[in-house]
Design a protein around this ligand. Structure first.
Ligand code: COA
Length: 177
């Protein structure tokens, strides 16, 4: 997996030693309430290790799931995901090769500092530099913070769609220049 650097951040692979942070983030309703069709709160370290293993399998040299850290201190802040998006009407557990989505989940202590936008911009640049031409993001219509991140990183609002995850989402699109 490519490590990505920004002014303040280092995006790197997840390590086994990060599992307690993963549990801390994904066991919170504030984080999970708009994530997925049926928000699910992580409950155990086993869940966290399973998630970490699944994330590391996504790495194909372009797509992947990055741990976002403060570059000065190494402190973990959150996650940026770049992966195939499941189309509605398919097995949502299996991301068939198709369109690619970007997503972000940060620890509440790290919200409001522009980290999500900074990290996601770096991942978009990486995706386009490695040949991807179109990236989508889908958000719960109530998730204004995430929609604002989409706008801040230059994604275009493309209306509402039922095409993914068997649900209705706001769709944002970024295309290679
Ligand atoms: C979405 C998320 C990553 C945004 O994190 P963040 O630290 O607030 O992101 P940033 O600081 O980079 O930018 C957020 C922007 O949204 C705005 N914002 C934050 N909360 C908001 C809210 N409730 N309503 C409207 N705008 C909001 C901020 O003001 C900022 O915009 P601005 O710079 O123009 O002022 C964070 O809220 C999160 O992790 N949420 C839980 C997981 C999640 O829902 N992920 C998305 C799934 S689609």
């Amino acid at each position: 997996m490519h490590r990505l650097r920004t002014d303040r951040l280092l995006l790197r692979p997840w390590y086994v030693t990060d599992a307690d942070f993963i549990l801390d983030v994904y066991s919170r309703w504030d984080v999970q309430r708009y994530v997925g069709v049926m928000p699910w709160m992580m409950a155990s370290m086993d869940d966290a290790f399973d998630r970490l293993t699944a994330w590391n399998l996504i790495d194909d040299g372009v797509r992947g799931v990055w741990a976002v850290t403060e570059s000065d201190s190494g402190k973990l802040l959150g996650t940026v995901v770049l992966k195939y998006i499941p189309a509605s009407g398919t097995n949502l557990a299996v991301d068939l090769a198709g369109e690619t989505e970007i997503g972000w989940h940060f620890h509440p202590d790290a919200w409001g500092k522009g980290y999500a936008s900074e990290a996601a911009s770096a991942v978009l640049r990486h995706a386009f530099a490695h040949g991807l031409e179109r990236i989508v993001a889908v958000t719960n219509p109530h998730n204004l913070a995430s929609q604002r991140v989409c706008e801040r990183i230059g994604m275009r609002h493309a209306g509402v769609t039922d095409a993914y995850y068997d649900t209705r989402c706001d769709l944002f699109v970024a295309t290679a220049a």
